[in-house]
Write a protein that binds this ligand. Structure first.
Ligand SMILES: Cc1cc2nc3c(=O)[nH]c(=O)nc-3n(C[C@H](O)[C@H](O)[C@H](O)COP(=O)(O)O)c2cc1C
Length: 206
């Protein structure tokens, strides 16, 4: 895959949506980050689990406001030209970790120079990857995630996506994808998202 040639690098926020140490999706997120860097992107990897957001609770919101880590997520999205979401599926659905973090973010209003959560995501290009030890690799959740991010968050989710099946056998000891076809598929998603981000950056007034 061709290295992208930009005056300024595309800033890619890679988000992992797993709730588990030793996560296959975090491993995939790291591999995708290296691929994006090789394509010239400046990458930040965010493990959503580390934000330690409580489950959405209207009483917490009413008494204390939206928890501060939701603001960290907003800041990370604002700083990025594109987002790559790498998440498992649970029972054919995106993980509660992802939905909860985005739900909290959707409740955050503008504060100082920080935009509201829904302003931060609007028009932001996104790509989807998933990994599972199963035969479908998390594919079943992707349409729900795509709909959620597009319909509720106005994100522009690239049509190209990849679900890594048998992910428990997909990585070598260094965390690299051992199968050429899988690596090409991830590279293709990363390239497509960076290309979309580059085109949108060029089209938008500075
Ligand atoms: C509650 C739950 C539901 C799951 N449902 C699915 C599923 O629908 N499809 C699938 O491929 N794997 C499913 N799995 C297995 C996960 O893909 C597997 O645990 C995977 O390792 C999770 O990703 P991670 O390693 O990044 O945490 C499920 C796991 C859990 C805990």
């Amino acid at each position: 895959m061709r290295r992208m040639n930009h005056a300024a690098p595309v800033h890619l926020l890679v988000i992992s949506g797993s709730s588990r140490t030793g996560s296959l999706n975090l491993t995939l997120a790291r591999a995708a980050s290296r691929i994006a860097e090789a394509q010239g992107a400046a990458v930040r990897l965010l493990d959503l689990r580390l934000l330690r957001l409580p489950i959405y609770d209207g009483d917490i919101e009413a008494s204390q406001g939206v928890p501060a880590p939701a603001g960290e997520l907003i800041d990370a999205i604002v700083a990025a030209d594109a987002v790559l979401l790498v998440t498992p599926e649970y029972n054919g659905f995106p993980t509660p970790l992802v939905i909860n973090a985005f739900d909290w973010m959707s409740r955050a209003g503008a504060s100082g120079t920080r935009p509201a959560g829904l302003q931060a995501t609007a028009g932001k290009p996104a790509g989807l990857l998933s990994a599972s030890p199963g035969p479908l690799g998390g594919l079943r959740s992707m349409n729900y995630l795509r709909q959620y991010l597009q319909m509720a968050f106005a994100m522009i989710v690239h049509p190209r996506q990849f679900a890594l099946s048998r992910a428990n056998q997909a990585f070598d000891a260094a965390g690299e994808l051992s199968d050429d076809k899988a690596r090409e598929a991830v590279t293709g998603v990363v390239h497509s998202v960076l290309q979309l981000a580059t085109a949108l950056k060029a089209a938008r007034p500075a």
